[in-house]
Design a protein around this ligand. Sequence first.
Ligand SMILES: C[S@@+](CC[C@H](N)C(=O)[O-])C[C@H]1O[C@@H](n2cnc3c(N)ncnc32)[C@H](O)[C@@H]1O
Length: 480
Amino acid sequence: MEALLRWAAELGVSDSPAPPDPSTTSSSCLGRSLVVADFPDAGGRGFSAVRDLRRGELVLRVPHAALLTSDRIMADDPNIAACVGAHRPRLSNVQRLIVCLLAEVGKGKSSSWYLYLSQLPSYYTILATFNDFEIEALQVDDAIWVAQKALSAIRSEWEEATTLMQELDFKPKLLMFKTWLWAFATVSSRTLHVAWDDAGCLCPIGDLFNYAAPDDDISSEEQDTEETMKCHDKKEMLEEVNFSCSSERLTDGGYEDSKAYCLYARKMYRKGEQVLLGYGTYTNLELFEYYGFLLDKNPNEKLYIELDLELCTIGTWPKDSLYIQPNGHPSFALSCALRLWTTPANRRKAFSHQIYSGSMLSVENELEVMKWLGNKCVETLQQLPTTVEFDGSLIQFLHNLQNSANWRVDVDQSRFQQEFAVFRRFHGMNLDCTHNQLTVRLLRSLERWELAVRWRCSYKRALTKCILYCKRVIHELSLQ
Ligand SMILES: C[S@@+](CC[C@H](N)C(=O)[O-])C[C@H]1O[C@@H](n2cnc3c(N)ncnc32)[C@H](O)[C@@H]1O
C-alpha cells in the first residue's frame, strides 16, 4: 500500500485541502485529511479521518493523469488502441474498459498501473459471482431472477469480446470467463462517474472510500449547526459559518473543470471516524448486484411483493414505486394503488382526486386494503421455504463456521445438517473428508451463502412488519 500511495503522490493525488504545491514532493498522497484503515464491520479497507473534517471540505483530489479509463490505456498503447478501435462499434464502453483493464493486468509488472492493479481485491461477492446453490439460497423469485439475468448478461458480453481478446494475444487465464467476471466486478464496484465515458473511470485511491447511503446524512446539517454553536471561539465560529455558506454541496464529488476528480466530506467527521461516500441511492438488492454487499439499515430499501397486473397498471404510479418499506409500511404509491384497486370500477373516477392526494377513502375501503395487503404478505411468507427465525440462526451459524477450527464437528452439532449436506453435494465434497479447515473456495462460498440468507431474511422481516402494521391499522380502524 505504501508504494501505491507514493506512486499516487507522484501523479498529484492529494488529500491536502490546500492547492497542490508542485515544488514539494511527498512520500504519500495521504496523511493530511485521510489515512487508509480497516473497518471490519463497515466495508473493510477504507478511509479514516486523521483530523476533524468539516462538511463540504475537499478531502481527496485525483488528477486526470491518475484516472484509469479506456481512452487513457489506448492513448498509452497503440497496439491496444488499434485492436480495440477496430471492434469499437460492436462493444459497449464497459466491455472496452474491461478489455483495457485486463490488457494492463496481462502486462504484469511492466504495466504503469501495476501498483494500483496489485491492490485490487482478488475476489468479489457481487450477485453475478453466485453459483446455482447460492442463487437458490435467495429464495425470492425476484432476487433469483436478478442474479441469473446479471450473470447471463455478463456471459454474453464476455463472448462478444472474446475475439478481440484473442487478437490482443491474452494468455489463456485472461481469456477465462472467471477472469472477465473479476474485471466486470472491479468496474461495477469501483468506477466513478465521468461525463465523457458511461463506463466511468477507475480512480486509484479515490476508490478506497466505503459506502454510506446518501440519506444517512439528513441530520448532519443539524449536527453541524450544533457543533458550530459549541465553538467557544467566536472567530472559529465565524469561519465555520462562512465555510458552510460558500462550500455547501449536495454531492460527494465529481470530475471538475480543474481536470481532477474531487471528493468532499459529505458531513462533519471526527478524527478517527470512517469517511464514507454515497455512490448513489440503492436498494439492498441493487447494492448486492453492483457492489456485493448489504446494509443492515438502508434508508433506500424497497421490498417488492408479487402484485396482480391490474393493480400494477391501475393508476399512473410506476411499478417500481409499489413497494413495502423496511419498517413494514406500504409506499405512498402502493397505498394509493390499493385504495383505487379496491374501489368499485364505476366509482374510481369520482374518488380519484382523493386517492391521488394520498387520503384514506373510507374506513371500509382502508380495512379492505389492509386485509388484502396483510394476507398477501402472509401468503408470500408461507411460500418461502424457511422462516425468519430459521434464517436468523443460519446466518449466525454460517458466520461462525467461517472461523471454525473444526467445521465438521460444528455442522454435526448444528440444526443445519440438511442444508450443509446440499452444500457439500453441490461442491462435490467427499462426505468422509478429514480436513478440519475449510478450503478458501468453500469459505468464499459460505460468505456468499451467508449474504444470500441475510438478504432473504431482511426481506421476510419487512413483510412480517407489514403484517403487524396491517393488523394494527385494522385494529385501530375497528375501534372507530
Ligand atoms: C469502492 S470499493 C471501497 C473500498 C474497498 N473496501 C476496498 O478495500 O478496496 C467498494 C467495495 O467496498 C465494499 N464496501 C463499501 N462500502 C461498504 C459497506 N458499507 N459495507 C460493506 N461493504 C462495503 C464492497 O465490497 C464494495 O464493493
